[in-house]
Design a protein around this ligand. Structure first.
Ligand code: ADP
Ligand code: MG
Length: 243
């Protein structure tokens, strides 16, 4: 579903991604972790072509992002992204947040968009809040709306960038529960997160990134958690800090 081949990126002279290669098959859940500044957010944004790369190749659902003929807006519409800070439109109601991109980007009618949006809102357990504004919801609820919004676009893959790290601890669980549900239903997911409980529960693989934007490890969940002796020393050091 996603293939990265020798992807490198620089900001000026600073190399933020170094020769990153990875493949994510349909239905796989890949957790990306690593220290702050190691390029996790940048990597995930390249998959949505939100960040250009200077060398390497990226395919999403067999569509090459590096090909100038690729219709990037069309592809992007079906790559769901959920960010740390929700990024809901504060001046629009929950329902309007769920429908606006379906109408403007996918060309759905207002009725179709509303039907789909409310179905997804129900799925994240928030149908009772459909007429509220984001500011009237808790952080955990806003993040669940953001997930419902992404799902309303019929994504072929969902990308999460630290979706729970801006939340109060008591709200982390409700967001992770939604993500676990998605994973168990077979959604292809790439999640930057340090929630190792989530990784243990649903990850197919864990990628560890280190400073300089290098993929230091890419291994099965079992190898990652159960064979510490095989881990690189940098990974062990990091895991000791967060576990
Ligand atoms: P992470 O998500 O792992 O914390 P990021 O991908 O956000 O890492 O950033 C990786 C590195 O790139 C950091 O050193 C950051 O300061 C730098 N960086 C990120 N965005 C920009 C930018 N727009 N211009 C210059 N440097 C940037
Ligand atoms: Mg980040």
């Amino acid at each position: 579903m996603i293939e990265l081949k020798n992807v490198s990126k620089w900001y000026g002279s600073y190399q933020v991604l170094t020769d990153c290669s990875a493949r994510i098959g349909r239905g796989e859940v890949v957790v990306v972790c690593g220290p702050s500044g190691s390029g996790k957010s940048t990597l995930i944004k390249t998959i949505n072509a939100l960040e250009p790369i200077q060398s390497g190749e990226i395919w999403v659902d067999r569509v090459p992002l590096h090909d100038p003929h690729t219709n990037l807006p069309k592809l992007r519409a079906h790559v769901g992204m959920v960010f740390q800070h929700f990024e809901l439109f504060p001046h629009l109601s929950v329902t309007e947040n769920l429908t606006i991109a379906q109408i403007k980007v996918l060309g759905r009618t207002a009725d179709e968009a509303k039907q789909r949006g409310l179905k997804m809102l129900d799925r994240v357990g928030l149908i009772a809040h459909k007429d509220k504004f984001p500011g009237q919801l808790s952080g955990g609820q806003q993040q669940r709306v953001a997930i419902a919004r992404a799902l309303s676009m019929d994504p072929i893959v969902m990308l999460f960038d630290e979706p729970t790290s801006a939340l109060d601890p008591e709200m982390v669980g409700e967001v992770l529960d939604v993500m676990v549900g998605l994973a168990q239903e077979g959604m292809t997911m790439m999640c930057v997160t340090h929630e190792m409980g989530f990784a243990r529960k649903v990850a197919s693989r864990v990628i560890f990134m280190d400073v300089g934007g290098k993929i230091l490890e890419d291994c099965s969940k079992d190898d990652f958690f159960n064979h510490p002796e095989a881990r690189q020393s940098r990974t062990k050091e990091f895991l000791n800090k967060i576990l």
